[in-house]
Design a protein around this ligand. Structure first.
Ligand SMILES: C[S@@+](CC[C@H](N)C(=O)[O-])C[C@H]1O[C@@H](n2cnc3c(N)ncnc32)[C@H](O)[C@@H]1O
Length: 278
């Protein structure tokens, strides 16, 4: 899949009209795209640079760009709610997803996080994505395949319950584990057995009771560092002269992020010291 350069057959292209309405097409030699403002010839786009403007038969103008990953995630079909880009960005950085990492995630859901993980680990890394529901796994597979224009060789989507995964299933322990599911606290024993010492474990949970249970569960395992919890709030701004102000609407709450690291075997976690009350 090409990320840049002139458009080629097979590219997914987003066309934006002057009213900022989007349509996505896959370029084919001699292909046609019919709009209510007339036909657009694919050949007028193939070979052109990204950011070019193409005209329909009726002279209506469309701006052409390849889909960015965020465009794909927000427009692709979903079986389950996706991790929003603002949160996957946190996971990639706070979870320290590095080139060459072996990463295990569950559930795969619609495959949104899988794509960000695959891009971050690069060709030398591996991503194992477990999903308990067959229909959701199919969404994940089709979304990932479509984005990468084929199945990445280093992606291992698997139908199954995370709780039953063994080190042998993965060909060895992993560097990072990310859980996005209803009851991650039930998976902590398994995560403990699959994660290398020093490895990062993250959970993504929507509600306060889930947050409390997963934090307590991590502490009870006694093989992880004191977990951190936070949420990310992103507010867009409208910047227009004297009318400059924050946007009225935002996706305020999506979910809480929890992060901890696996201790070496046999180590007792140091007790977190709380400040004495005055
Ligand atoms: C919110 S979705 C995940 C979305 C995904 N992270 C994404 O970005 O597209 C949660 C998924 O976890 C799956 N799930 C729940 N419990 C599971 C388990 N024990 N093992 C594997 N998958 C599980 C559900 O079927 C559901 O598809």
């Amino acid at each position: 899949m090409a990320y840049s350069g002139p458009f080629q057959p097979g590219d997914r292209v987003q066309l934006t009209d002057p009213k900022r309405r989007h349509a996505t097409i896959v370029l084919e030699q001699d292909g046609q795209f019919h709009t209510h403002k007339g036909m657009i010839a694919h050949n007028d786009i193939i070979g052109a640079d990204e950011g070019t403007v193409v005209k329909s038969e009726q002279g209506y103008e469309y701006l052409c760009f390849r889909h960015l990953l965020v465009d794909h995630v927000l427009s692709m079909p979903r079986g389950a709610a996706v991790i929003y880009p603002k949160d996957s960005a946190q996971i990639l950085v706070e979870g320290d997803i590095f080139p060459g990492a072996r990463v295990l995630e569950a559930g795969a859901g619609s495959g949104a996080l899988s794509m960000s993980l695959l891009r971050a680990v690069g060709d030398r890394g591996e991503v194992f994505s477990y999903e308990i529901r067959e229909d959701h796994l199919q969404f994940a597979e089709s979304n990932v395949d479509q984005y990468f224009a084929g199945r990445p060789a280093n992606w291992h989507p698997r139908l199954g319950d995370f709780k039953e995964v063994t080190v042998d299933d993965l060909g060895g322990p992993v560097d990072r584990i990310i859980l996005d599911m209803l009851e991650p606290w039930e998976c902590l024993e398994t995560a403990k057995n699959l994660l290398l010492p020093g490895g990062v474990f993250m959970a993504y949970v929507a509600t306060v009771p889930q947050l409390m249970r997963v934090m307590e569960g991590i502490r009870e395992q006694k093989c992880f560092t004191e977990p951190r919890a936070w949420e990310s709030l992103v507010r867009e701004w409208r910047v227009e002269g004297l009318a400059t102000r924050p946007e009225h609407r935002m996706n305020a709450h999506t979910a809480f992020l929890v992060c901890t690291r696996r201790l070496a075997d046999g180590v007792t976690p140091p007790r977190p010291q709380r400040r004495a009350r005055k």
